[in-house]
Ligand binder design. Structure first.
Ligand code: FAD
Length: 503
């Protein structure tokens, strides 16, 4: 057991949000970097993030026929106007600066022969505005950010160190417990806590997320007393590669942007029946349409037909997807790709202001864990990396402008509220997928809340503190909160589709 280490800022999460926040803090000109102490933590190795897996890219306006107004409008339409318009404009305005920052940090985006960015089109966008590097944008972003972070000798770095408990004391200091790979507990405290823990895909049977995406940030922010908002808005990606695995490989929307078409098992293109924008309608509409076609045809998947794409595009633009298809015995140049909608993104989360600060002073939530108002009831494709960077920047600016040293109290409160039950992850995933999936209804949600509560009540206490058990306990808690929020929503907006509200 280590003694208590105090830092001015503790950042939990090493994806786009956490790492760029650290860069932005270091780039603030009006403060002496040596004055401020920062520590970074991640559950597994620093590179095990959803950021690393992002394929499509980042949305920003660069084309002469596009405009920021268009980007704002597309974001609002996708979000069913449940977005915060001020936030949408603020983030869209910042997008080109974010791209410049990323390039300065070493990121390379694909360019054409005139040295202009190659821009792709994705669902819900009225113009091509996705900057990317082939289909591995996230991997290259992660590498650029990590390279910069590793050179930062002042930063204290803790990999394989999972946040397992948090309390805030009366002096405003966050007291935290982490669990390392050898199951050892460490105690840390921070004047400012930045939660950048990503999403919650592991609560579902099939998700594009890392299996470490268990909603931890939402759980701890709620425990600390911060407001949580719109957990019901869970986005399903229409095209996960159909397989038996829990983690579904994402078949990027950019493929449909290049002309690939969704077809049912009878080889009939069906999207026109559901929306004038066809295969490139926003994700909620495409996911529901696929779900419906699967029901009508009693099929386990639908097809994505990319056979009309030029063969060289597969190698130039989608090399990784091509490899994944070949791995499961499908040559996408000549054969249709089997796809199903899978959990992909949490639009809701920890409520923040326009600087990423939560309702609890000193607690910041950045990236997917946050509910900033940008996405409303449905995230527009490629707006989430943008959000992670934009709020990391806004938060760093606010923190530095108000920074003052705080000392930890000598008699710091040690969190000791860990009470673990031995819970079944598969049972939770099955319940969440059935009750809080693409289509919901009141009776199944009510029944599922009771079932989850009962499973927790009946479960036996765990004898030891183990990483997996901490995760499962968090997942049950967050799962119940998702269902309660979904049940409380009285309107179908964006990704929330409750058939009981149709009557
Ligand atoms: C397959 C895939 C493709 C995507 N494609 C795109 C795209 O093209 N464009 C786009 O804009 N968005 C895309 N997204 C969404 C986007 O990638 C994510 O929303 C974004 O990367 C989230 O970044 P983050 O920093 O918030 O979290 P992440 O990158 O997921 O990082 C989370 C971090 O938190 C750490 N963590 C979690 N809990 C704890 C804990 N208890 N203790 C310590 N550490 C913890 C993890 O270890 C990790 O380091 C995609 C997502 C996926 C899964």
């Amino acid at each position: 057991m280590e003694t208590n280490h105090h830092f001015d800022i503790i950042v939990v999460g090493s994806g786009a949000a956490g790492l760029s926040f650290i860069n932005y803090i270091n780039e603030q000109s009006d403060f002496n970097k040596d004055d401020i102490t920062i520590a970074l933590f991640s559950k597994k190795e620093f590179s095990a993030t959803n950021t690393n897996w992002a394929q499509g890219g980042i949305a920003a306006v660069y084309s002469a026929i596009d405009s920021k107004e268009n980007h704002v409008q597309d974001t609002l339409i996708a979000g069913s106007n449940m977005n915060n318009q001020t936030i949408v404009s603020k983030v869209v305005d910042e997008a080109p600066n974010i791209i410049e920052d990323l390039i300065n940090w070493g990121m390379i985006f694909d360019r054409d022969s005139n040295d202009d960015f190659k821009l792709t089109l994705e669902g819900g966008h009225s113009n091509a505005r996705i900057l990317h590097n082939k289909d591995e944008t996230g991997k290259l972003i992660q590498v650029s950010l990590e390279n910069k972070m590793k050179k930062n000798s002042k930063l204290s770095k803790y990999e394989h160190c999972q946040l397992i408990d948090a309390v805030k004391d009366s002096n405003g200091i966050f007291n935290l417990i982490f669990l390392d790979e050898q199951n050892r507990l460490s105690y840390f405290s921070a004047s400012i806590l930045v939660i950048a823990t990503g999403g919650l895909g592991a609560l579902y049977s099939k998700s594009t997320n890392q299996n470490t995406s268990t909603g931890d940030g939402i759980y701890f922010a709620k425990k600390l007393g911060a407001k949580i908002q719109d957990l019901a808005y869970i986005q399903f990606h229409p095209t996960g590669l159909y397989s038996q695995h829990e983690t579904a490989y994402l078949v990027t929307e950019a493929l449909r942007g290049q002309g690939a078409v969704l077809k049912n098992l009878n080889n009939i293109s069906f999207m026109e029946k559901y929306d004038a924008r066809g295969s490139l309608a926003p994700r909620d509409i495409v996911s529901r349409a696929i779900f419906n076609e699967m029901k009508i045809n009693q099929s386990a998947y639908v097809y994505l037909d990319g056979t009309s794409l030029k063969h060289e595009l597969w190698i130039e633009h989608f090399p990784n997807l091509f490899k994944e298809c070949i791995k499961i015995g499908i040559d996408p140049r000549n054969e249709f790709i089997p796809v199903i909608p899978v959990q992909h993104y949490s639009c809701g989360g920890v409520y923040t202001d326009e600087f990423g600060e939560t309702t609890l002073s000193g607690l910041y939530a950045l990236g997917e864990v946050a509910c900033t108002g940008l996405h409303g009831a449905n995230r527009l494709a490629s707006n989430s990396l943008l959000e992670a960077f934009a709020f990391a920047k806004f938060a760093a600016q606010k923190i530095i402008s108000q920074f003052e040293k705080k000392e930890p109290a000598l008699n710091a409160i040690i969190p000791n509220s860990i009470r673990l039950k031995s819970l079944n992850k598969l049972a939770l995933q099955k319940i969440m997928t059935a009750a809080a999936g693409i289509e919901r209804n009141d009776s199944s949600m009510k029944k599922s809340i009771e079932e989850l509560k009962e499973l927790v009540e009946k479960a036996t206490p765990c004898e030891k503190i183990k990483k997996e058990d901490i995760e499962k306990n968090i997942m049950y808690d967050v799962g119940i909160d998702i269902l309660i929020d979904a049940l409380n929503k009285k309107e179908n907006k964006g990704v929330h589709y409750n058939t009981s509200l149709l009557k």
